[in-house]
Ligand binder design. Structure first.
Ligand code: NAD
Length: 453
């Protein structure tokens, strides 16, 4: 038996010791899920909907406990953690509307009737990263369960606590044994088995682009369905005609939320040259004012990084050629703290401009005009998210259409709503989660022709 310690990143204290799932246990769970899938797909749509609603209600009743677990395990601020637990509840409620509305179609043909069915795939394997353990899990398991699939879920090694609790709550809500199983453990053991086990019909992977590519190659061996939600290097583009005060005041939220450990983090700020100096003047107090500290304190805005190793990785992005413009608070004492940091890159090839930092470091650069802004924004292999600040509606639409990314916001930094589609262009991913078509990604379309003559 292998065990792993779970560490609170704000205190560096061990909060739990978790037993890692072995390959044999993973196989047993997949086989259990496979048997359960045969029954789950036959559950009447109204009953499946009722069970998902009950699951949502049980999550709601345990919302504070889930939030506190996330604070202790991941160092998320309590405000964010409550939002994340609430997001699981809301996703489940939304998905509870799916079973009765998962329609096929009837297509007119000569000599018979032509029907299409949306059938569940079977067992779905969901692999989750450590940055948003609850919502990212729910974006996969909500629609997958609603469409009649069973789920095996692997949380990240560093952050298994809330997923384990969600597994217990699913049983408490009455989901049948084997329909939703949580398997904490290693990516290279549990996650890999999702990729190679033939009974797993789809893998939903959220994580780094590097591992995502390996998953895709592995799934190709069985032409296994795959959804990939990967890294990002999103641009926050500020035009001279924008409300500069608002753009600067909210820019820290756009990149430092969750200590920058956010695939949608706007880790490049592109500012039109004519207002660059003014924007930097406004940005400085906003960054210095970010309250960094104890994540359990209701007033805290930014917590620690997830681990010491990750902090080292983040620090390496501030290269000798990179000028640090200013930084924010950094608490003393134990905890994997890193201050909000604003840098002016020395060259367009600086890693801080080309690679995902996944920490509270943002690079600010200037641009001349719309074409220049688009050129810089798109000069990355990623394409997940981004913001555009302008008061010109024509420009807002032109630039939105020009940025190669799946999720953009104008005069805002919001990225995710469970009822709108989410996913990346280019190497930020493959497929979409959430939104009205979320469940279709967990079905096969079957066409049946019935001759009537
Ligand atoms: P990671 O790729 O290291 O790990 C993600 C998950 O994959 C973990 O559960 C891990 O155990 C598992 N894993 C690792 N190797 C595996 C293998 N060989 N086979 C199967 N599973 C394996 O990523 P991370 O460091 O946990 O998360 C950070 C990354 O996730 C960032 O790049 C971030 O941008 C990305 N992310 C993307 C989105 C999105 O929606 N696009 C959302 C959140 C995070």
């Amino acid at each position: 038996m292998t065990t792993a310690n779970v560490v609170n990143p704000a205190t560096e204290q061990v909060v739990a010791t978790i037993e890692a799932t072995t390959e044999a246990q993973t196989d047993a769970a997949i086989e259990r899920a496979h048997r359960a899938a045969v029954r789950w797909r036959e559950v009447a749509p109204g009953d499946r909907a009722r069970l998902l609603r009950r699951f949502a209600d049980v999550v709601d009743a345990n919302l504070e406990q889930l939030a506190q677990l996330e604070v202790a395990n991941s160092g998320h601020t309590i405000g964010n953690a409550r939002w994340e637990a609430g997001n699981v509840r809301d996703v489940l409620h939304y998905c509870a509307g799916i079973p009765e509305r998962l329609l096929g179609s009837q297509i007119p043909v000569a000599g018979g009737v032509n029907i299409t069915f949306q059938e569940p795939l079977g067992v779905v394997g969901i692999i989750v990263p450590w940055n948003f353990p609850m919502p990212i899990a729910a974006w996969g398991f909500g629609p997958a369960l609603a469409a009649g699939n069973t789920v095996v879920l692997k949380p990240a090694e560093l952050t298994p606590m809330t997923a384990i609790r969600l597994g217990e709550l699913a049983l408490e809500a009455g989901l049948p044994e084997g329909v939703f199983q949580v398997l904490p453990g290693k990516g290279t053991v549990v996650g890999q088995r999702f990729v190679t086990h033939p009974a797993v019909r789809k893998v939903v992977f959220t994580g780094s682009t590097e591992v995502g590519k390996q998953i895709m190659v592995g799934c190709a061996q069985q032409v296994k369905r795959v959804t990939l939600e990967l890294g990002g290097k999103s641009a926050n583009i500020v035009f001279a005609d924008a409300d500069l005060e608002r753009a600067a005041a909210t820019a820290p939220y756009g990149v430092f939320d969750n200590a920058g450990q956010d695939c949608c983090a706007r880790s490049r700020i592109l500012v039109q040259r004519s207002v660059f100096d003014r924007f930097m003047e406004l940005l400085e107090p906003a960054v210095r004012g970010v309250r960094v500290g104890d994540p359990a304190d209701e007033t805290t805005e930014m917590g620690p990084l997830i681990s010491a190793a990750h902090r080292e990785r983040v620090a390496a992005f501030v290269e000798p050629s990179t000028k640090v413009a200013f930084t924010g608070e950094r608490p003393d004492g134990p905890g994997f703290w890193y201050p909000p940091t604003v840098v002016l890159p020395g060259a367009p090839t600086d890693r801080v401009l080309t690679e995902e930092v996944f920490g509270p470091v943002v690079a600010v650069v200037s641009f001349e005009d719309e074409a220049d802004a688009l050129r810089i924004a798109n000069a990355t292999e990623y394409g997940l998210s981004g913001s555009i600040w302008t008061n010109d509606v024509g420009r807002a639409l032109r630039v939105s259409r020009g940025v190669e990314a799946g999720n953009l916001s104008v005069n805002s930094h919001s990225s995710v709503r469970y009822w709108t589609p989410f996913g990346g262009f280019k190497q930020s991913g493959l497929g979409r989660e959430l939104g009205p078509d979320a469940a279709l990604a967990f079905t096969e379309t079957k066409n049946v022709f019935i001759a009537t003559t």
